[in-house]
Design a binder for this molecule. Structure first.
Ligand SMILES: COc1ccc(C(=O)/C=C\Nc2cc(OC)c(C(=O)O)cc2Cl)cc1
Length: 293
């Protein structure tokens, strides 16, 4: 990897890095321009040192007997994410084009096809989406997640900020930083991962039983669907333990306004079923009246 500073812009191999267009726990995403192909990319920059430090200090002490914390080298997790991304090829999944990883360099760079519209919706918002637009984006999400599950991948962080909007109004799923791969029919998980307001109740119970990975993604898609039409998540609390309690025990409240169709409320209720065995599945979602309308 050759890095040079060209009048304030960093040149990284054939890419000229420009403004920051995304930021998160993972690091930052910059607009990158490849003059050889006159093409723009989204360049995700990850500091390997920061990853190692984050895993080091803040790692919880090993839990009491029953649920041993599996310790993974954070870089090994990153290389697993990259291996996952490299094998994915679907119109509703972000496309990883190239990885620039110089062992001598602290930063690792992931060049993705640029999805022009950025995040589909930032929460909370006073201007939630119409049902028609929500249905279009939701259909794309369903196809993307169905493809991931078929590839034996659980995303585990489905939420609006990880859904990117193309210039022709389609949605691509991004950020596989906490995803799991599995063998067989489904993943049987025990750890919690993802974003608190989108976590399923079964992943918050301290019991030792394992739970289905696919059902976690369906739950997060339900929270996302609710937030598209109402502009905020159904369960919110300033304290994470208060949030967990609400997710575990509170029923979903549908505000009077904005007015939402009975079919959509029915689908959201079935996706936010607290018992994962009763929760609607992806094949059933695909034939739900609101989706097929
Ligand atoms: C306003 O215009 C904009 C156009 C594009 C963006 C944008 O792309 C942002 C994030 N992008 C990504 C993040 C990812 O993880 C966190 C991953 C991944 O790791 O899968 C991939 C991508 Cl692409 C933002 C604003």
């Amino acid at each position: 990897v050759s890095i040079s500073d060209v009048d304030g812009f960093v040149q990284l191999n054939q890419y000229m890095l420009k403004d920051e267009i995304g930021k998160g726990s993972y690091g930052i995403v910059k607009l990158a321009y490849d003059e050889t192909s006159d093409t723009h990319y989204a360049m995700k920059m990850i500091s390997k040192k920061k990853l190692i430090k984050k895993a080091g200090f803040f790692r919880k002490p090993p839990k009491k007997e029953g649920r041993p914390e599996i310790r993974h080298d954070p870089l090994e997790k990153l290389y697993r994410e990259i291996a996952i991304l490299k094998k994915l090829d679907h119109p509703n999944i972000v496309k990883l084009v190239e990885v620039l990883d110089d062992p001598a360099e602290d930063n690792l760079y992931m060049a993705f096809e640029l999805v022009d519209g950025g995040e589909v919706l930032s929460l909370p918002t006073e201007n939630p989406l119409s049902e028609e637009l929500t249905r279009s984006y939701f259909r794309d999400m369903v196809l993307g997640v169905e493809y991931l599950h078929f590839q034996k991948i659980i995303h585990r962080d489905i939420k609006p900020s990880n859904l990117l909007l193309t210039d022709d109004g389609h949605v691509k799923i991004a950020d596989f930083g906490v995803s799991n791969t599995f063998e067989g029919k489904d993943a049987w998980l025990t750890n919690t991962a993802g974003t608190p307001a989108f976590m399923a109740p079964e992943s918050l119970r301290d019991a030792k039983e394992k739970y289905s990975g696919k059902a976690l993604d369906v739950w997060a898609m339900g929270i996302t669907l609710y937030s598209f039409v109402y502009g905020h998540c159904p369960f919110q609390d300033e304290y994470v333990l208060g949030l967990h309690k609400k997710i575990l025990t509170d029923p979903v409240i549908f505000p009077e306004s904005p007015a939402v169709s009975e079919d959509l409320k029915d689908l959201i209720s079935k996706m936010l079923q607290k018992d994962p065995d009763q929760r609607i599945t992806l094949p059933e979602i695909k034939v739900h009246p609101w989706v097929t309308e």
